[in-house]
Design a protein around this ligand. Structure first.
Ligand code: VGL
Ligand code: ZN
Length: 202
């Protein structure tokens, strides 16, 4: 049983969004083209309250992309993004959603950020995704979406820790920072993650 986990393909992460990922919109047709290759398709949404701790606007005197210490964990301060119920939090309008069996939302606790689709950044609260995949009998998890170096990367690390053999579909994902992602990609490969292209399905 293989599952495709589509991470955060939301309007605010598109090039014209508030936290735009370069070429983020290019992956939409790629993701649409591969969905039928999977037994199970699920998606995640970054889903923040307006007073979320990751927003620079909620820290007096702090600038966007500045890093702060939050209970001993480094926290990058982002532009306001993916605010619950806003257009920016919605899926890209061209993303095919009819095969989504479930949508897991994350980042709802105003005091904690949540990059991974499995756990918050403190690794204390689960979204239930690992249990869901396990109960569905998933034996291999394929990951794609935005951004490769943040939410996709942390989701894959948690998937490995949960014991799911994991595959990263590179051209169905885009990083916020291309340079730093190269090292992360090597790290994932070293951990046994298979890195493939959508063309490998055809
Ligand atoms: C993300 C930064 C902040 C992501 C979410 O989906 O990669 N990045 N929140
Ligand atoms: Zn976020």
């Amino acid at each position: 049983m293989n599952a495709l986990v589509i991470i955060d393909v939301q309007n605010d992460f598109m090039p014209d969004g508030s936290l735009g990922v370069p070429e983020g919109d290019d992956i939409v047709r790629v993701i649409n083209s591969i969905q039928d290759c999977f037994d199970l398709v699920i998606a995640t949404q970054d889903w923040h309250p307006h007073d979320h701790v990751s927003f620079a606007s909620n820290h007096h005197g702090k600038a966007v992309f500045e890093k702060i210490d939050l209970d001993g964990v480094g926290q990058t301060l982002w532009p306001d993004h993916c605010v619950q119920g806003t257009k920016g939090a919605g899926f890209h309008p061209d993303l095919e959603t009819h095969r989504f069996a479930a949508i897991f939302r994350k980042g709802m606790n105003p005091g904690v950020d949540s990059y991974s689709g499995f756990y918050d950044n403190n690794h204390q609260v689960s979204t239930g995704l690992a249990g869901y995949l396990r109960e569905k009998g998933v034996t291999k998890a394929y990951f794609c979406g935005l951004a490769s170096d943040i939410c996709v990367y942390y989701s894959i690390k948690d998937a490995l820790a949960e014991g799911f053999p994991s595959v990263f579909i590179e051209d169905a994902s885009k990083p916020l920072n291309k340079e730093s992602f190269e090292d992360q990609k090597k790290e994932l490969a070293g951990l046994g993650v298979r890195i493939i292209s959508s063309s490998d399905f055809f």
